[in-house]
Ligand binder design. Structure first.
Ligand code: FES
Length: 198
């Protein structure tokens, strides 16, 4: 082997050794960060299912839980709220939930497993703003006299009913998403996982 070849071999060894030291350093720096995360934080970061306790949720009230970084609304609908769903059907863009915005088991008149409980992702299907709740019926700021209750997106005015179905002629193309979910008991819902393994 010539001197020049020997030098080139030596240089390659040096470069490989330096890269290995850098790799160990980077790994050592990453370990304290990962181990400082609580198990639940790690699970959330990975998109694990989230449990919601609805035992204190009163009729007409809505709570929000975070799943995969998204707000998931859980609304306990009153009988009047449920009645409003049939009344607005003619004004909706996809009243029968034909488009794939919910699991098959929520493709029904209330888009839910239990009629009184609505579960939906609170992100507008237009450009992702967060709609505001407008549960009160009738004329009020931004709503017409025949408003039956639902949600209003403040960004471009899309409106949704109390099942998250979008009204016709609005910028949002689809109903709000219903995430996979299932009941662990009467008062506990698991968001992000269902019996079909979703
Ligand atoms: S983002 Fe909701 S209407 Fe545009």
């Amino acid at each position: 082997m010539s001197n020049q070849e020997k030098m080139s071999c030596e240089r390659r060894r040096l470069i490989a050794a330096t890269a290995a030291v850098g790799g160990v350093g980077a790994l050592a720096a990453a370990v304290p960060f990962v181990s400082s995360m609580l198990p639940s934080e790690r699970a959330k970061a990975a998109g694990a299912a989230v449990e919601a306790d609805i035992s204190k949720l009163e009729v007409g009230q809505m709570m929000t839980v975070e799943w995969r970084g998204k707000p998931v609304w859980i609304l306990r609908r009153s009988p009047e709220m449920l009645e409003s769903l049939a009344k607005v059907e003619g004004e909706l863009s996809d009243p029968a939930s034909e488009r794939k915005q919910q699991p098959e088991y929520c493709k029904n008149a209330t888009r839910s497993l239990k009629p009184e409980i609505m579960v939906a992702v609170g992100i507008c299907t237009h450009l992702g703003c967060s709609p505001s709740s407008k549960f009160k019926q009738g004329a009020q700021e931004g709503m017409s006299a025949d408003w039956k209750g639902g949600f209003l997106c403040p960004c471009h005015g899309s409106t949704f009913d109390l099942a998250g179905r979008v009204f016709k002629n609005k910028p949002a193309p689809d109903n709000l998403e219903v995430p996979p979910h299932r009941y662990l008991s009467d008062t506990r819902i698991l968001i992000g996982e269902d019996t079909q393994g979703a």
